[in-house]
Design a protein around this ligand. Structure first.
Ligand SMILES: [Fe+2]
Length: 402
């Protein structure tokens, strides 16, 4: 029997994945290969690389990736590996053009000892990527420009040594990568009905007004499952439920996410008061001006949509038991340009709710490690999580039971 075979429901509750799947390095390695290196994963907002030559070095489940904007202004992504002898090309965590984003948001986790390493030649400068080892240099489209002392007279052909590309597509101002581009389906196919469901929110036009990075000692699936149910809201989020009483009524059963979840009378956004000085996005319909919508974009992007701002969460799994989360708060450029722009009514409230969520997710991660807890159970109002269970099972359901 593989560990992916589920027991029958118990007293009306559906079984979760085995607890081991939330803490096993073996399962995490399978998830890396079959989910995060096969599907489109969100890594950034387009605006974070504003100008030609801007770049960032990303850590995508241990794969180092250079994300850059080329001379023509197009985004490109490459594995951070020289085609010659395989040296890392860039060792910096980030560079350029992101003054409005706190530095900590852009830092990919440094490799052990990296901060003590001596500076090396090479990296990205002057419109080229130069390897620090033998100074092979590439253009910003990944083509090998020059390899010192190797000419065509020796039969050397530069065209055969372009950088390894990653697939790159954008939607809603988000940058998605596919680390196995030869097998990638179009991003739109993966996104399915999501763009249509939230088409009136001007995601592509919104810009980052504030960012927070969180480090959470929990498996990425624990975080997804928590995002996908409000059964916990009554106990964990009293302040949120004061603004959105529907989250605690009847254990949050029957929430109408397609029309949007209503706030209490007189409230219309995710702030402590339920109100704000910012205008609603002009393109929203009547419901969307007073209700809240959310989407989980598999495998690593959460969207929480208020009438005047979006809170978006990019999950970066680091190990079976640790996930980094970059939370951006997006606003209309119209609001950002105002002299009295102040996002703190939304960001302070969200930070409280976020910390409540991460704390309870860490408690789950600790609790499911108990030797007696083979698996958990989903209550009926948590049935969106059956979709996460299906998503993971379809991809790694043949993991051997060890
Ligand atoms: Fe929550």
């Amino acid at each position: 029997m593989s560990a992916g075979e589920l027991p029958p429901p118990l007293a009306g509750l559906e079984p979760t994945l085995p607890s081991r799947w939330y803490r096993s390095a073996q399962v995490f390695a399978l998830e890396k290969e079959r989910i995060f290196c096969r599907e489109w994963v969100c890594v950034a907002r387009e605006e974070e690389l504003a100008a030609p030559g801007d770049y960032r070095v990303l850590d995508v489940l241990g794969e180092s990736i250079i994300l850059l904007r080329n001379r023509a202004g197009e985004l490109r992504a490459f594995y951070n590996t020289c085609r010659h002898r395989g040296s890392r090309l860039c060792r910096e965590g980030a560079a350029s053009g992101n003054d409005h984003v706190p530095a900590a948001v852009n830092d990919s986790l440094p490799a052990a000892g990296n901060d003590r390493a001596p500076p090396l030649p090479g990296g990205i400068a002057g419109g080229r990527i130069t390897c620090p080892y033998h100074q092979w240099s590439y253009d910003l489209d990944g083509r090998l420009l020059a390899a010192p002392h190797l000419g065509s007279e020796t039969g050397f052909d530069k065209a055969l040594f372009s950088l390894y590309p990653a697939g790159l597509e954008c939607w809603g101002g988000f940058v998605f990568l596919n680390l196995t581009p030869a097998k990638a389906v179009p991003l739109g196919e993966q996104l399915g009905e999501i763009p249509a469901r939230i088409a009136r929110y001007p995601l592509r036009e919104l810009r980052i007004g504030h960012s927070i990075r969180y480090e959470v000692a929990a498996n990425w699936k624990v975080l997804c499952e928590n995002y996908n149910e409000c059964y916990h809201c009554g106990g964990v989020h009293p302040e949120l439920c004061a603004v959105v009483p529907a989250f605690r009524e009847h254990g949050s059963a029957g929430l109408d996410w397609s029309r949007g979840v209503p706030h209490r009378q007189g409230a219309y956004t995710f702030t402590a008061s339920g109100t704000t000085r910012r205008r609603a996005f002009p393109t929203l319909n009547e419901d969307e001006r007073v209700r809240h919508k959310g989407e989980l974009v598999y495998p690593n992007l959460f969207l929480s949509l208020a009438c005047d701002h979006a809170a978006v969460f990019i999950l970066l799994p680091r190990s079976a038991t640790h996930t980094s989360i970059v939370c951006h708060f997006l606003f209309e450029p119209y609001e950002l340009a105002r002299g009295d722009f102040d996002p703190s009514d939304a960001t302070t409230f969200w930070d409280l709710v976020n910390r409540q969520d991460w704390a309870i997710c860490e408690a789950v991660q600790q609790g499911i490690s108990a030797r007696v807890h083979e698996r958990g159970w989903y209550a009926p109002m948590e049935d969106f999580n059956l979709d996460i269970r299906r998503y993971v099972l379809e991809r790694i359901g043949d993991v051997p039971e060890t």
